[in-house]
Design a protein around this ligand. Sequence first.
Ligand code: AMP
Ligand code: MG
Length: 325
Amino acid sequence: MISFGLEATAHTIGIGVVDGKCEVLVNVKDMFTPTIGKGFIPSDLADHHIAIAPQLLGFVKEKVDLNSVDVIAFSQGMGIPNALKVGATLARYLSLKWGKPLIGVNHGVAHIEIGKVKTGATDPVVVYLSGGNSQILAYANGKYRVFGETLDIPIGNALDVLAREMGLQMPGGPEIEILARNGDFVQLPYVVKGMDISFTGIMTDAIEKFKEGVSKEAIAYSMQETCFSMLTEVTERALAHTNKKEVLLVGGVAANKRLQEIMKIMCDERNAEMHVVPKEYAGDNGLMIAWNGILAYGSGQKVAIENSGVLQNWRTDEVEIPWLK
Ligand code: AMP
Ligand code: MG
């Protein structure tokens, strides 16, 4: 069984091809990078994806015999509509051209499943931190349930906006991680509300302190320490509530070494195992969509072309997960 996966929910367009044992046949992607000082403009994302798709497809064609593909999976949601529509349109076209079934994949579920298969985690509390999402989840009764999440912007977005305000390159998370190594702590608001968290107030305060003259290094360090401590607090409570014994970090922000370090201390104290998705599958990629295609198709899930419209707000906890039943 060979699955062809297409990712295009936000900044990245990616194609991955995988077999039923999660052997990677190919995984290519390209990320749109705005000029310094600018954010992502939705129509620019679509233009980028349209321009780059033929190159990616050409590369995939050189590596894989496309006649061997059995299913076409694409990220149907959640995401930025302009970007999603590029991926969905291409996936529908390929499905019709090759006469292969189409699978609409939930982007969040794909992040979780690639993390599990690549780390060997079986039933973890998942910490899903990216540019578009920040959720603490765990599987229960047929779905990945959200135990805690951001009440406003995602952590990756907060890091990127802060980085932009400090004149750093995008994506901002890795830039902040490097600066943070040489920073001192300044107090920022710490905002945990029950199991939920909020990042906008912290981000605004950090930007104000930067404008008042606090160093980039100190801002970066304090932002990381504050936000990652909040996330670790909620993750620890989710472990206690669910009695699970594993934590799995997924999404682009999972690549952050300081986040991994803080979470690991908590996991060691609770005798829980900590897993981190390998870096090449942490950020958005086509392979995770392809792998989800294998799982979904194996459980009888597919989508008719007429029902394959993009789902901008499709939450991770709305998806039935029959392959775990
Ligand atoms: P994704 O949306 O899953 O592709 O992840 C992209 C987000 O991850 C962006 O907001 C990046 O700034 C963030 N990111 C990537 N690497 C790191 C890192 N090392 N530390 C913090 N954030 C990161
Ligand atoms: Mg993502």
